[in-house]
Design a protein around this ligand. Sequence first.
Ligand SMILES: CC(C)(COP(=O)(O)OP(=O)(O)OC[C@H]1O[C@@H](n2cnc3c(N)ncnc32)[C@H](O)[C@@H]1OP(=O)(O)O)[C@@H](O)C(=O)NCCC(=O)NCCS
Length: 185
Amino acid sequence: MNALLARPAQAPAAAQTAEQWLLAGGREVSLRPIVAADAAAEQAFFSALSLDSRHKRFHVGLRELSPGLLKLLTEVDQSQHVAWVVEALEPDHPVIADARYVHEISRPERAEFALAVADDWQGRGLGRRLIAHLAAHAGRHGVRYLYGDILADNRRMLALMRDQGARLTAHPDGAQLVRAVLDLA
Ligand SMILES: CC(C)(COP(=O)(O)OP(=O)(O)OC[C@H]1O[C@@H](n2cnc3c(N)ncnc32)[C@H](O)[C@@H]1OP(=O)(O)O)[C@@H](O)C(=O)NCCC(=O)NCCS
């Protein structure tokens, strides 16, 4: 998670287009770059995740995002730190997923990703689509190795990464973590 906590925003968000996705079950959602004004929606999204999902995303038992972490997650430069939210096309447009990658500062061809999908929206193909989206975007923006540190008991995420062709490697911090690496070259 180090690269994901490495740097605050540096430049205005780059223009990226929004996309609409049709999910299994027929519900439509919209993917767009995160903006600073998403802070409240982002807090609501993470706070509403189950304890298990929050633990799998952050590897600690966060109850809610601290002001500093919230700022770090929402005020991104969309260049070194590239992040999206997915909104449900429903009244109030709640955020139902968050996906991001962060280039390492000294080795920008390496980037760490993270994502989370709201519990009620899991199992509809959103996670798979978000990983594919992250990999495609990162590959077009100079990333050769896109990696994520996954708790060893996060079977769904490990299966998803295996399916995407990731190498699952031992993590230097211990057996509780697995590093999944997508080679985008
Ligand atoms: C891991 C996570 C992102 C997956 O998102 P998702 O939208 O549920 O994933 P998908 O629906 O695309 O499913 C991906 C695969 O997971 C598995 N899966 C999905 N739903 C499942 C379920 N209910 N039970 C078991 N496995 C399931 C399947 O292998 C599925 O592949 P399939 O499409 O061939 O069935 C989501 O569960 C999540 O946000 N978890 C909490 C945070 C987290 O773990 N983040 C990753 C750390 S970086």
